[in-house]
Design a protein around this ligand. Sequence first.
Ligand SMILES: [Zn+2]
Length: 144
Amino acid sequence: MSNCCSGKSSKITHNDCPKCRTSCKSVEMKTLFHNLLFPDNLELPLDNYYFCASKTCNAGYFSQSITIPKQKLKVFHELQQGWLCYCFNISEADYKTAFESKNFEPIKNFVVQKTKTGDCACEIKNPSGQCCLAKFKQLEKHYD
Ligand SMILES: [Zn+2]
């Protein structure tokens, strides 16, 4: 599937979360600058960072030298609730409701279309820096 983040996946590396040991994907500095609350974003040292996506782990971003808790992220509450798409503010609960009422196609089509035309902003809006389309697919399988 073509999406806004395709072609970047080659740059992604993995590292284990220092708290929960989940394998985490690398994120670009740009993502951290936009997702950390002020003034922490101003004092962030340049490094290779990874994002722990686990809902139950309190580590947000980590490098070899520091760990930044999820509470320091702009989207802390969304992370706790389980947000599906940070570009268009769609929660997992919203999508589940739409799925159950067989009304999820327009939502998915909207997101697919916006990512095709480059009107999404996963790199900045999603704390993981990843495109959310893969997650839509995962959830569909899960609900089926
Ligand atoms: Zn973790």
